[in-house]
Write a protein that binds this ligand. Structure first.
Ligand code: NAP
Length: 279
């Protein structure tokens, strides 16, 4: 995908358009800083213009909204991303509603969320679920009539995943599990496709998975591991070692969904730049 994106970016550049992504980082959360750095590096790699706007942790909501409005007006900015989580004095839903939906490459603005739900192909789809759909498609996973079980119902992963899998043309039958679900394992055992987006290290084990099922692990969890040079390492929501022998396909953590998410952010930014050029 990154190779294709780099090709498309250079074609746009030949017409004088450089796709630009602005990431707004408020505060000094170390994990957010790493994510933002990775997003910028990915922009550079495909020839896009990435910029990070850093704001102090005690930034007010009004100040942040002012910055968003400035980015909405800038012609060289095609994609705007406000890195979550935001400090507690700021209401993220309010801020998201101020992003121009045409620049909302995270797909969190209600206009895009609604557009995705009704199957509008112009709507920006949140990057992680969009990446999962590409993984399924590129690996030839048959979704029509398949039973997909999603574990997690967040607005950024679980719920959009549900909306995308049930769309006509994708045609999966979808079950969504969450913390109040009774006997989650019984649901997962029926799944042809398991999507894990929980945030609990290795919650889903091989014995819960139907032989031959496709397993997509969205979870990113840091666990202590004294044998590792850093003293810790990343694992998914699925216990990879027990699940890999049962599943027909499984995504690793790290790898898998994480890099796809960043690729989809670039894809959305490219689309935003192309549409701006066409206007
Ligand atoms: P979230 O907002 O915390 O949502 C977690 C969901 O899991 C909630 O719906 C929660 O249910 C459910 N849940 C929690 N414990 C459960 C249990 N024991 N059994 C069943 N369901 C349970 O998390 P998120 O933002 O969706 O992220 C999920 C994971 O994906 C995290 O590890 C995150 O780091 C990772 N992630 C990765 C990427 C990527 O690029 N790869 C992107 C986004 C997120 P309730 O709603 O009932 O509380």
């Amino acid at each position: 995908m990154r190779e294709r994106l780099a090709g498309e970016v250079s074609a746009l550049k030949a017409k004088g358009i450089v796709p630009g992504l602005s990431v707004v980082l408020v505060g000094d959360d170390p994990a957010s800083a790493v994510y933002v750095r990775n997003k910028n590096a990915a922009c550079d790699e495909v020839g896009m213009k990435g910029e990070t706007i850093r704001m102090r942790a005690n930034t007010t909501q009004a100040e942040l909204i002012d910055v968003v409005h400035t980015l909405n007006r800038r012609k060289d900015v095609h994609g705007i991303l406000v890195q979550m989580p935001l400090p507690k004095q700021i209401d993220s839903d309010t801020v998201l509603r101020h992003i121009d939906p045409a620049k909302d490459v995270d797909g969190f603005h209600p206009v895009n969320v609604g557009g995705m739900l009704v199957g509008n192909p112009e709507a920006f789809v949140p990057c992680t679920p969009a990446g999962v759909m590409v993984l399924l498609r590129e690996h030839g996973v048959k979704t029509a009539g398949a039973h997909a079980v999603i574990v997690g119902r967040s607005n950024i992963v679980g719920k959009p995943m549900m909306a995308l899998l049930v769309q006509p043309g994708v045609d999966a039958t979808v079950t969504v599990c969450h913390s109040r679900t009774r006997d989650m394992a019984a649901h997962i055992r029926q799944a042809d496709i398991v999507i894990a987006a929980v945030g609990k290290p290795r919650l889903i084990t091989g014995d819960m998975i139907k032989p031959g099922a496709v397993v997509i692990d969205v979870g990113i969890n840091r666990i202590d591991d004294p044998s590792h040079p850093k003293g810790s390492r990343l694992v998914g929501d699925v216990d990879f070692d027990s699940a890999r022998d049962v599943a027909s396909l499984i995504t690793p953590v790290p790898g898998g969904v994480g890099p796809m998410t960043i690729a989809m952010l670039l894809e959305n930014t490219l689309q935003a730049a192309k549409r701006a050029a066409g206007r």
